[in-house]
Design a binder for this molecule. Structure first.
Ligand code: BGC
Length: 717
C-alpha cells in the first residue's frame, strides 16, 4: 500500500476500530487459536467482548505456522476492513534452536556470531509466523541481584551498543520481505536495569547525566540500526513511570532521536500507572500513556475501554489516536502484511529450518565462545584418555537453556553428560545432590564414583527460575549443598573442575577456593553439553571475557569497572591507611573484573605505541601493541582499549572501553593490533548535557582485561 492508501484506510476506520489497533492480546483470546481455554474469565476481567477482539491489532506469543495462519485467517474473515494482525513474541536468544543467554553472548565479544544467532532465531521464528520479536533487551545493569541481567549483554555502554546493533541487524536486517527476517523491538525504555536493591520493577532514580552517559546509548544504537519498535519499562524514572513519561517518550525518544516507529507498553504497564499512584483509574492511565506516546497497550484494556470517552469529552485529541494507529498500519504495511498476511508462516519451512544441523552448529559455536574460563591450575584441557567423574545437579540436567527459551525443549537439549560422552572414553556420572536439597545416599554415590576417577568435573548452578523476570536474589552464592558437594570432591585429593550454569554473576569465592579450574558456562543453550565438552577437552580454546564484573561479595554491589574517581582513591600515592574510599572487610575490586577470561594459550603484550603524544580535534591517533602467543596452543585473544580523561569539567570514569579486537594467534606468532582514536570518542556529557570533549590530558590503556593493562598518555589540543 502507498502512504496515501494507508491514510485513506485510517479515514475509513471508526474510533472503535482505531482504538482496537492499539490493543495487544495474548493468543488464547483469538478465535482461530487452537486452545482458547477458559477465556471468558480474562475477558470479563478486562471488560472486553468478542467485538473488541475483532478489532484487535496484534497478538502476543502466538507461534507455529498452522496456529498463526489459523488465527490470521479467522481474524480477517471477521475484521470489517481486512486489517491483518501483527504477531509479536519474545524470541530473545533463539526460537527452537536456543543460543546462550544474552549475558553469555556478551562475554563472547563476538559481534558477528551474535548477529548470526539473531538471524537464525529470526529465520525459525519467521517460518513459524512471528512478525516482531521483543528483542534486543539492552538494559545496562550493574547489579547481579537483578534476575534480568541474563537478558542483557552486561555493564558497558560501548559493548552493549555494539551487541544491540548486531542483534537488530540479525533479527531485522533491512526488513527485506524476501528474507526470513522479523522486526525488532528494543526494550525496556528506559533504565529498567537499574532498580534499587536489584529488585525487579523497583524504583529507578538517576541523574540525567548518568542516564545519558551509561544507560541510553544502547537503545539509541539499536534505533540507529533501524530497529522498528520500542517497548517501555515497568519502572519509574526520576519519579515518573516510564510508561506515562512524556519527556522520556515524546521528548528524548521521538523529538530528540526522531523515532517514528511503534512504541508498545510492557505487559500490563499502562494499568500499572494506578498502583504506581500517578493515575486514579484506568481512564487516567489511558490518558497519561497515550499522551506520553505509547501506541500499543499490552494485555490490559485501559485504551479499549476509555480512549473513545476521553476523545468525546475533549481530554484527548483524535489526532493523538490517529498518530498511533497510523504508525501501526505503517509497520503492518512495511512487513508486507496487506499483501501477504501470513508472511513467511509455512509448515514446510518450519521442518526445513527449525533445529537444522546448520542452526545447531551456530548455537554450539557461539556457546563455546561464550564460556568463560575463570581459573585453571594445570587441569584443563582434559585428557580424553583419563577416567572422568561427572557429578553435580547439572551433570545430566536439561535446564541449561535459561529463561526466555519457551520455544526450546528438553528433548532437543544436549546435556553435559551427553556432550562429554561423545568426547571421553571413560565417563561415570552421579548427581550427588539436587539444587537446594541433598541426601546422604546421593552424596555417597557421587563420592564412590569420584573415587574411581582421575579427574572430577562438578556441574553446579542455579535453576533457571532463579534468574529472569522477577528472579531476583539477595544472596548470590550457590546453595550450601552444592558448595558442600564441591568441598567433599576436593577433599578426595583429585583435580576438580567446577562448571557453572547460572544467569548472573555469582559470588564465587568458595567455588574458586575449592576447585582447581572454574568454567563459567552460563546457560549455554540447546548445544550446551557439546559446547562444554568442546571447552573441557580443548577442542575449542576458551576466548570469552566477562562483560559484567563478578563481585567479590554481594556487599560490593553495584561494582563495575567504569566507576568514577573519588577524592580519596585507595590507590593514590599519598593515600592514608584509613580515610580512603574502601571497605574494611573486603577489597574494592571484584573477584573477577570486567573483560577477564583465561585461555589455554598464553599471550604477552608488548609496549604500547602511540603515533603522537598530542592530537587535535581533526587528528587520528593510532595506538599499536604487539600481542604474542607464547604458548604452543593456537588461541584467540580479545585485546581491549580503554581511555581515561584525566581532567574533565565533569568527573570521568577511571576507565572506559572504547574499542576491542579479537585476534587469532598461532603458537609463537605476533600480531600488531592497531586502534584509532578520534575526537568524537573522547566526548562526554557535560553538566549542561552537551556532548563535547575537553582539551587536556588523557590516558590510553590496552590490555587483556580492564585491570591488567599497559598505559600511555596523550593530550587533546
Ligand atoms: C516482559 C517483557 C516481555 C513481555 C511480553 C513482560 O513481562 O517484561 O520483556 O517482552 O512480558 O512477553
Amino acid at each position: 500500500m502507498t502512504e496515501a492508501q494507508l491514510k485513506d484506510l485510517l479515514t475509513q476506520m471508526t474510533t472503535e476500530e482505531k482504538v482496537g489497533q492499539l490493543l495487544q492480546l495474548a493468543t488464547p483470546f483469538f478465535k482461530g487459536a487452537s486452545d482458547r481455554g477458559e477465556i471468558t474469565g480474562p475477558m470479563e476481567n478486562m471488560n472486553i467482548n468478542e467485538e473488541d477482539i475483532k478489532h484487535t491489532g496484534s497478538v502476543l506469543g502466538a507461534s507455529g505456522a498452522r496456529e498463526t495462519i489459523n488465527i490470521q485467517k479467522t481474524h480477517l474473515e471477521e475484521n470489517r476492513l481486512g486489517i491483518p494482525l501483527l504477531f509479536m513474541s519474545d524470541i530473545i536468544h533463539g526460537f527452537k534452536t536456543i543460543f546462550p543467554v544474552p549475558l553469555a553472548i556478551g562475554c563472547s565479544w563476538d559481534i558477528e556470531l551474535a548477529e548470526k544467532s539473531a538471524a537464525v532465531a529470526a529465520k525459525e521464528a519467521a517460518a513459524s509466523g512471528v512478525h516482531v520479536t521483543f528483542a534486543p533487551m539492552v538494559d545496562l545493569s550493574r547489579d547481579p541481584r537483578w534476575g534480568r541481567v541474563m537478558e542483557s549483554t552486561g555493564e558497558d555502554p560501548h559493548l552493549n551498543s555494539q551487541f544491540a546493533r548486531a542483534f537488530v541487524r540479525g533479527f531485522q536486517g533491512d526488513l527485506d520481505n524476501d528474507a526470513h527476517k522479523v522486526a525488532s523491538c528494543v526494550k525496556h525504555f528506559a533504565a529498567y536495569g537499574a532498580p534499587e536493591g536489584g529488585r525487579d520493577y523497583n524504583t529507578v532514580d538517576m541523574s540525567e547525566w548518568m542516564l545519558r552517559e551509561n544507560y541510553l546509548p544502547a537503545y539509541k544504537a539499536a534505533l540507529e540500526e533501524g530497529c522498528e519498535m520500542v517497548m517501555t519499562a515497568f519502572n519509574i524514572l526520576n519519579g515518573i513511570p516510564a510508561t506515562g513519561n512524556e519527556s522520556l517518550m515524546r521528548g528524548i525518544l521521538r523529538e530528540e532521536w526522531g523515532f517514528d516507529g511503534v512504541l508498545i507498553s510492557d505487559w500490563g504497564a499502562v494499568k500499572e500507572l494506578i498502583p504506581h499512584g500517578v493515575a486514579e483509574d484506568q481512564k487516567q492511565a489511558a490518558e497519561l500513556a497515550l499522551k506520553a506516546g505509547v501506541d500499543i497497550e499490552m494485555m490490559t484494556s485501559c485504551y479499549t475501554n476509555h480512549v473513545q470517552e476521553l476523545i468525546e469529552e475533549g481530554s484527548l485529541e483524535e489526532s493523538t489516536l490517529d498518530e498511533g494507529v497510523l504508525r501501526i498500519l505503517q509497520l503492518k504495511n512495511k512487513l508486507g502484511l496487506f499483501d501477504n498476511p501470513h508472511r513467511f508462516a509455512s509448515e514446510e519451512d518450519e521442518k526445513k529450518y527449525i533445529l537444522s544441523p546448520e542452526h545447531r552448529r551456530a548455537s554450539r559455536e557461539l556457546a563455546a565462545k561464550s564460556i568463560v574460563l575463570l581459573k585453571n591450575e594445570d587441569v584443563l584441557p582434559l585428557n580424553a584418555e583419563k577416567k572422568v567423574a561427572l557429578v553435580g545437579p547439572f551433570a545430566s540436567n536439561t535446564d541449561i537453556l535459561g529463561p526466555w527459551s519457551w520455544g526450546g525443549s528438553a528433548e532437543d537439549t544436549v546435556t553435559v553428560e551427553t556432550g562429554l560422552n561423545q568426547q571421553l572414553k571413560d565417563l561415570a556420572v552421579a548427581k550427588g545432590t539436587d539444587l537446594r536439597d541433598g541426601n546422604e545416599e546421593d552424596l555417597k554415590a557421587a563420592l564412590q564414583t569420584a573415587e574411581q576417577a582421575d579427574v572430577v568435573v562438578v556441574a553446579l548452578g542455579e535453576h533457571s527460575d532463579w534468574s529472569g523476570e522477577a528472579g531476583c536474589l539477595a544472596d548470590i552464592r550457590l546453595p550450601e549443598v552444592q558448595l558442600d558437594l564441591l568441598k567433599k570432591m576436593k577433599q578426595l585429593g583429585k583435580p576438580v573442575v567446577a562448571v557453572l550454569f547460572n544467569g548472573r554473576p555469582l559470588d564465587l569465592r568458595e567455588v574458586t577456593e575449592h576447585a582447581d579450574a572454574v568454567v563459567e558456562a552460563w546457560y549455554p543453550g540447546t548445544e550446551g553439553g557439546n559446547a562444554v565438552a568442546d571447552i573441557l577437552l580443548g577442542k575449542v580454546n576458551p576466548s570469552a571475557k566477562l562483560s559484567m564484573s563478578m563481585p567479590y561479595s554481594v556487599g560490593q554491589v553495584p561494582v563495575y569497572y567504569n566507576s568514577y574517581s573519588t577524592g580519596r582513591p585507595k590507590d593514590a600515592p599519598d593515600a592514608q591507611e584509613r580515610y580512603v574510599s574502601q571497605y574494611l572487610d573486603i577489597p574494592n575490586e571484584p573477584l573477577f573484573p570486567f573483560g577477564y577470561g583465561l585461555s589455554y594459550s598464553q599471550f604477552e603484550y608488548g609496549e604500547l605505541q602511540l603515533s603522537a603524544d598530542r592530537m587535535t580535534k581533526e587528528d587520528t591517533l593510532t595506538v599499536t601493541v604487539d600481542v604474542t602467543n607464547v604458548s604452543d596452543i593456537p588461541g584467540e585473544e580479545v585485546v581491549q582499549l580503554y581511555v581515561r580523561d584525566n581532567v574533565g569539567q565533569v568527573v570521568r570514569p577511571t576507565k572506559e572501553l572504547k574499542d576491542f579486537r579479537k585476534v587469532a594467534l598461532q603458537p609463537g606468532h605476533t600480531e600488531t593490533v592497531t586502534f584509532q582514536i578520534t575526537e568524537p570518542q573522547l566526548r562526554y556529557y557535560h553538566a549542561n548535557m552537551e556532548h563535547t570533549s575537553d582539551p587536556g590530558e588523557f590516558t590510553v590503556f590496552v590490555g587483556t582485561n580492564s585491570q591488567d593493562v599497559k598505559a600511555k598518555r596523550f593530550r587533546l589540543e
